[in-house]
Design a protein around this ligand. Structure first.
Ligand code: A2P
Length: 275
């Protein structure tokens, strides 16, 4: 059900992962959805301090039927903690809220203008303390990565960005591939804000393959070496979103999906975020 990819420091990352942003309206719903996801076969859970759900996510992981070492857990550093120069404390707080012993991947949630190199030095220090298996970034575009890499000792393992067939960012994908940075896709299904799941090209491929459009999009991610993070609160859709390993998209189908790109962002532009 689940395959893994290797990060640039040798850590294995299961793909797809399970996104948890706005997964439920209260802790109980979030807890239940993560427990379901683990039962469905997900082995990679993605959260963030900003989601406000580290406590129920951590509880579901502790009480779920998968041993901790069989799971990959990501959380993220929020921008205001960077601005206030409280990075180490923000990390400790996430560790405490999750209460799962260690974190597999710690990400800088958004680039903070003028603080990119400073933030990364602090992230490197946290990595060197051994409490996290890998460090990376999120929502970093090429110019942010350029600024980071100019002073980095450790290459980020991951860049997690909004990415789907209407926002392909092939130049960023190529850049990351060349540097050994794995790209993760958030909102891989385009969120409910855009009609991606009813796109006629995707529907046509899905009909031909006897799959759903969501599965076609997620399979496209896997064949492009991306790690998608689909989110669903529904058990059937959770299973659907990891049933991706019994079909292949042809080179022509991959190209047809690539051509759907229209640089359409559903979330904020990384240069416009404020904290
Ligand atoms: P639901 O939780 O009811 O399944 P985002 O882009 O913000 O990650 O949100 C993903 C959205 O796509 C959610 O609204 C989720 O709703 C929906 N979704 C997830 N998987 C599927 C699927 N396989 N088919 C249709 N909708 C899906």
């Amino acid at each position: 059900m689940m395959k893994t990819r290797l990060l640039n420091n040798g850590t294995e990352i299961p793909s797809p992962g399970f996104g948890t942003y706005r997964l439920g309206s209260n802790d109980e719903e979030i807890y239940r959805a993560v427990r379901h996801a683990l039962d469905a076969g997900y082995r990679h859970i993605d959260t963030a301090s900003m989601y406000g759900n580290e406590v129920p996510v951590g509880k579901a992981i502790r009480e779920g039927n998968v041993p901790r070492e069989g799971l990959f857990v990501t959380t993220k550093l929020w921008g205001s903690d960077i601005i206030q120069e409280g990075i180490e404390k923000a990390f400790d707080d996430s560790m405490q809220r999750l209460d799962i012993g260690y974190i597999d991947l710690y990400l800088v949630h958004w680039p903070v203008k003028g603080k990119i190199a400073y933030t990364w030095r602090e992230m490197e220090r946290i990595y060197q303390s051994g409490r996290v298996k890998a460090i990376g970034v999120s929502n970093h575009l090429i110019h942010h990565l350029d600024a980071l890499l100019k002073e980095a000792e450790i290459i980020p393992a991951v860049d997690q960005v909004e990415l789907h067939p209407y926002l392909v960012m092939q130049d960023l994908q190529d850049y990351c591939h060349e540097k050994g940075i794995v790209v993760e896709s958030w909102s891989p299904l385009g969120s409910s804000k855009i009609p991606l799941l009813t796109d006629p090209v995707l529907q046509e491929i899905a009909t031909r393959k006897e799959k759903t459009t969501a599965q076609v999009i997620l399979r496209w991610n896997l064949q492009k070496q991306l790690v998608p993070l689909p989110k669903s609160s529904d058990g059937d859709r959770q299973r659907e979103n990891i049933s991706l390993f019994d079909f292949n998209l042809t080179a022509d189908e991959m190209a047809d999906i690539d051509h759907l790109d229209r640089s359409l962002r559903t979330g904020i532009h990384p240069d416009a975020i404020t904290f």
